[in-house]
Design a protein around this ligand. Structure first.
Ligand code: IPE
Ligand code: IPE
Ligand code: MG
Length: 239
């Protein structure tokens, strides 16, 4: 594994599929929610580390559109954790110049979560350091469908000519319109799949998969991922 080098290129945007909380808990004979709880610490560390090395965007997959099918108690625990995180951490987001943004079908979240998200987004709106993008009730297929629907409506009302549709104008209709594409995609817990995350946006992302469960993912794990990224040769289809 190549060591992280602060003088080499730093990925501008890192996206993380934070997986393995349940298995982390199971290994310790704890309820799954304890795994999610422990994972919150890893979120803080990832934020700190990204700030330290100069990453501009960190996108965290916190809850997928498919995660709604989990037992009600687990969904409730996750929403409670989100509420707790926003309440406890918003002051430190402000203090550390971090701007909070969200992607996903936010209107499907409990009203109280929607409100606290709105508040934290507004409170951090003027920050110009790291942008933290949290994916909540997020599914990439749903996002692509929504974009397509909105484009079709624009075509129907003649607001847009279908001939003008290109990669840029399509991307401008996604939830991620304001963010650059991820350079580095990390998935923890050793699963080799994307699970409906940023399908369009990761077209040319470098992928790093580690067996480490999310609650065990620490500063050095992130530096190792960036170190590996720095060894990669991105060709974007060229030579
Ligand atoms: C990731 O951990 C957190 C969410 C999907 C919300 P999991 O809960 O998926 O943990 P495993 O995959 O069951 O170990
Ligand atoms: C992906 O993890 C979603 C998040 C990390 C929020 P899952 O645990 O839901 O993915 P699958 O079910 O293993 O593909
Ligand atoms: Mg999982």
């Amino acid at each position: 594994m190549a060591a992280f080098d602060p003088d080499k290129e730093i990925p501008r945007h890192i996206a993380i599929i934070m997986d393995g909380n349940g298995r982390w808990a199971k290994e310790r004979d704890l309820p799954r929610r304890e795994g999610h709880h422990a994972g919150a610490e890893s979120v803080e560390i990832a934020l700190e580390t990204c700030g330290e090395i100069g990453v501009d965007y960190l996108t965290l997959y916190a809850f997928s559109s498919e995660n709604w099918k989990r037992p009600e108690a687990e969904v409730k625990a996750l929403m409670g954790l989100l509420a707790h995180f926003l309440k406890e951490k918003t002051p430190s987001l402000i203090e550390n110049n971090i701007r909070l943004q969200v992607i996903g079908q936010i209107d499907k979240l409990p009203k109280s979560n929607q409100k606290s998200l709105q508040k934290s987004i507004e409170a951090t709106d003027g920050n110009n350091g790291l942008t933290l993008v949290v994916a909540l009730s997020y599914g990439s297929r749903e996002e692509i469908l929504e974009a397509t629907r909105s484009l079709m409506e624009k075509a129907q009302s003649r607001e847009m000519d279908p001939a003008e549709l290109n990669v840029e104008s399509f991307a401008a209709h996604l939830n991620t319109a304001d963010f650059p594409d991820p350079d580095l995609l990390i998935r923890t817990s050793g699963e080799y799949r994307i699970s409906n995350f940023l399908l369009w946006q990761i077209s040319y992302a470098e992928i790093f998969i580690t067996k480490t469960f999310w609650p065990d993912f620490r500063r050095q794990n992130l530096l190792d991922a960036v170190g590996e990224y720095q060894q990669r040769q991105r060709r974007f289809g060229g030579v």
